[in-house]
Design a protein. Structure first.
Length: 299
């Protein structure tokens, strides 16, 4: 069995033991016995019970983050379908990871900096993906309210999820998704119609998302798609001609797609960066140079 496969087997066995006996009530020996391996074999992969717990957190948070990223980058789903899938996926992930949730609910843990960073990244990327889908779904009239709407959309999901986790309440997921989307339609139409006050300014939202959207690995690099979204927002606010804005949007999309490839072509990446750097939009200079620095570290 490959090392990664063995590590995953240990993680899943530990989750089962922790959910049955509690984290503090489970010893390394208990986990080893349940898996039918020696304690020494377990220590080969994890140096302590605390290290094992940290790995469990990372395993699930990164797994959820990957699914969320795949959804936001899908070219096969409409913006409305992405919003619907974001709702249903939240409940599907809970069903898949109940044991992990039980561990969290049973005992309080002090989150270290790495875990805190992972959770912030997950939340920031979720809000950014929601904001993009809301812009696409509801059009330019909804643009001023996209920040507030993305926060409220996630609050809907978290609110109902609370009853699922705490009270064991079961919902028809597809019916609930339709209900939430219909409320979003009404809410955004109401915001536009009444010219509602804006609670979350774009500048504040982006400052938070840029701070939060950092990976928790040793490099601590900001999430590349969060940086691209910041640049996109600046272009949205600019007075560029429709033709030039369209060209820059296309460059951003190509840049994001190329970076996500297993073997990105640096020539293409540099070409897209050059176009952005030569823009006459003064506000773009700082985020574009920041993006260039991040890409330089990655490749």
């Amino acid at each position: 069995m490959k090392v990664e496969g063995k590590k995953q087997q240990i993680l899943e066995g530990a989750i089962k033991s922790f959910s049955e006996k509690g984290y503090r009530g489970t010893s390394i020996q208990d986990i080893a016995d349940a898996l039918g391996i020696s304690k020494g074999s377990l220590y080969f992969y994890f140096k302590s019970k605390e290290d094992l717990l940290l790995s469990i957190f990372k395993y699930y948070i990164e797994s959820m983050g990957k699914k969320s990223q795949e959804l936001s980058q899908s070219t096969e789903l409409s913006s409305r379908d992405k919003l619907r899938k974001q709702i249903t996926m939240s409940y599907e992930l809970y069903d898949q990871h109940k044991s992990f949730i039980n561990i969290i609910m049973q005992e309080r843990f002090d989150l270290n900096e790495e875990l805190h960073g992972l959770i912030l990244t997950l939340r920031a990327n979720s809000l950014l993906a929601t904001r993009i889908a809301i812009r696409e779904q509801y059009g330019p009239d909804a643009e001023p309210y996209a920040n507030d709407a993305s926060i409220l959309f996630n609050a809907f999901i978290e609110g109902y999820m609370g009853f699922v986790i705490m009270e064991g309440k079961r919902f028809d997921i597809e019916r609930l998704a339709s209900f939430i989307l219909e409320r979003m339609d009404q809410m955004i139409a109401g915001m536009i119609g009444s010219q509602a006050d804006i609670m979350m300014e774009t500048e504040v939202f982006e400052q938070w998302s840029c701070m939060a959207a950092k990976t928790a690995d040793s490099g601590g690099k900001p999430d590349i798609h969060a940086e691209l979204e910041v640049i996109r927002t600046i272009i949205d606010k600019s007075e560029l001609s429709a033709e030039m804005a369209s060209e820059m949007y296309a460059s951003l999309q190509l840049l994001g797609e190329e970076i996500d490839k297993e073997k990105p072509q640096l020539v293409l990446i540099k070409g897209m960066l050059s176009l952005l750097k030569n823009s006459k939009i003064v506000e773009l200079k700082k985020p574009v140079f920041k993006l260039e620095a991040i890409i330089g570290e990655m490749f």
